[in-house]
Ligand binder design. Structure first.
Ligand code: FE
Length: 203
């Protein structure tokens, strides 16, 4: 199916990835870099540095009703002011979860993702399986992420494009009521902002 799709970014040439791989192999072979260190850097970017920006936005929305209202209408002025825009984050839409609707984000064509807010996308987000299945059977996919939703809560899937990327505003957990924005940031997981998880108490 994808082979018939005229959309240019469905068939990104593999060259940049191959070049990076070749470069990494050479650097490792020559002893210039340690693969464990590289993995640690990628892990840090994927799970810590990147998503912290989005977590700051969510925690602020939980504690500042005026900010929340503004970003649900159009987040760009505030994101510009917070210096959370840039490549792969020029046009972001914020979608809020409610007791009635749980939202989840995918890019069915490739891997569009709000980089300035969430960092680099995780491997599963780019996988064929996630991209195809989350549209067809979102509840089953979410269950595999450990997310069991009540039948009374509808699931809405948002398909990202290069022009429009999404940040999910999760519901604030009851147990976190009363905390200030700084403390709340630690509750906001990356997956909660994609919709494949919920906020959780920091370990
Ligand atoms: Fe994409």
């Amino acid at each position: 199916m994808l082979h018939d799709d005229p959309h240019a970014h469905t068939l990104l040439p593999p060259e940049p990835e191959l070049r990076v791989k070749a470069l990494e192999t050479l650097l490792v072979a020559k002893g210039l870099v340690d693969p464990a260190t590289l993995d640690a850097i990628v892990e840090q970017m994927q799970n810590h540095v990147g998503p912290r920006a989005g977590a700051r936005v969510v925690a602020r929305a939980w504690t500042d009703p005026a900010f929340r209202a503004r970003i649900l209408a159009d987040p760009m002025p505030d994101l510009i002011e917070m210096e959370l825009t840039g490549a792969q984050g020029e046009h972001v839409v914020v979608v809020e979860n409610t007791p009635e609707v749980h939202n989840v984000v995918v890019c069915t064509l490739c891997s569009c993702y709000p980089w300035p807010l969430l960092g680099v996308p995780p491997a599963w987000y780019k996988s064929d399986a996630y991209r195809a299945r989350v549209v067809r059977e979102p509840r089953a996919v979410l269950a595999e992420f450990g997310l069991g939703l009540p039948d009374t809560q509808a699931v809405r899937v948002w398909d990202s494009t290069a022009e429009m990327r999404y940040l999910i505003l999760p519901m604030q957990p009851e147990a976190s009521r009363g905390l200030d924005a700084g403390a709340l940031e630690a509750w906001v997981t990356r997956n909660a902002m994609i919709g494949t998880g919920l906020p959780e108490a920091p370990a």
